[in-house]
Design a protein around this ligand. Sequence first.
Ligand SMILES: Cc1ncc(COP(=O)(O)O)c(C=O)c1O
Length: 446
Amino acid sequence: MLRAMSLSARELTALRSEFPALLRRRNGKPPIYLNSTCMTLRPRSVIAALVRYYEEFPTCGGGRGDRHHGRHNWFQGELRAHEEAARESVRALLNAERCEEIVWTRNATEALNVVAHGLDLEPGDEVVTSEREHNSNLVPWLEVERRLRARAGDPGLVARRFFDLAPDGSFVLESALAAITPRTRVLAVAHASNLDGALIPDADLRRLADAVHRVGGVLVLDAAQSVPHRPVDVRALGVDFLAFSIHKMCGPSGMGALYGRYDQLERLRGFIVGGDTVSDTWQDRVEYKPPPGRFEAGLQDYAGIVATAPAVEYVTRRVGYAAIQAHELELNRHLTGRLLALECEHFQVLGPRDPERRGGVITMASHSGPLINAIERLADEESNVMVRRGMFCVNAYLHRRFDALGRAANNLRASTYFYNTLDECEVLCEVVERVVRDPLAYLDDA
Ligand SMILES: Cc1ncc(COP(=O)(O)O)c(C=O)c1O
């Protein structure tokens, strides 16, 4: 594990050499990947584990918990050992009590759907979220609301309520606590925002957990943007369910996980059902497996599961959270200082001003779509900088806050991870500076 301080140039060079994608060149220049909020790059150890599955034991998992299943054959035995190691690595990552509390999913989105569709909510029950949730933690609850409306025969029934954030997008504990009522069954929030990196401090999260438990509800944490960057301890935080994506932390595409406290998982109905979710069936009835099998329908992404353990190992041991946080803060300080200095009538930075209160994410906004397009295009064409433009699946929040200002959709996001350098961040800042200082020189061909 690397030091608790920001990474030295030597350490950074060594880490970067383990990511094959960073060795690529276009027009003689390396890639500058500033889109890790969406999906990170992968180190060689993860890629090797994916290949290993296909080369050495490319078989199915073989009926965990199926009452009539026989012994595991050679390949299945090896796969099972890897699968168990992967589940244990995620259990330890989150400090969950048991491996059976970890359910494999394709991503955080699926994990959140498993919870939203599996809870037995009744008309009158309420789900509380913040105003700035990713669509993956908004749409499933809107679907719950739609179903409850149909069930109650009341098109005006409100099941999802949201609480406001501060004007700069920071979390406000009092506002979240005030939204919890005796009818609250679920409080579902993002731990860290994918728009502006704003975080819910751990102490506040614990207070939220206690408050929602007092009224008999559950805390669902969308940890897609926190688990890859900081330690998350589900027991210390009092979290009942937690969703995250392994592909946002050096793991394979299309791998995610749901943590559920075991007693909560036991109460949850299966969302996608069929093969592998049952221990036995008859023509007219079904006996479901206990968790986690009940939630893992059909054959799985076994290569992805096998490669999950090396991804967790890379993030937590090869690099280590302390080094990740220190390094991201250094990058974020640089980006924040440079970009805030450029703010003007046609260019703003979203989110809290203090980089200490944000993860390694910074989003720039403008009422001028062409200006944002020009930055994105120049950064890509001149310097291979990969950033992301648009609404980043937080459309509802951006519409609410910025429609009236006519700039809800003109955003450009740069997001860092431990493999990024200050020089890379500066390349982006330099492009932004040129365009913002002299927009007319660039807008015509945007
Ligand atoms: C906060 C947050 N929640 C949920 C998701 C959904 O993650 P996935 O697309 O991996 O399901 C994302 C993805 O960017 C995210 O940033």
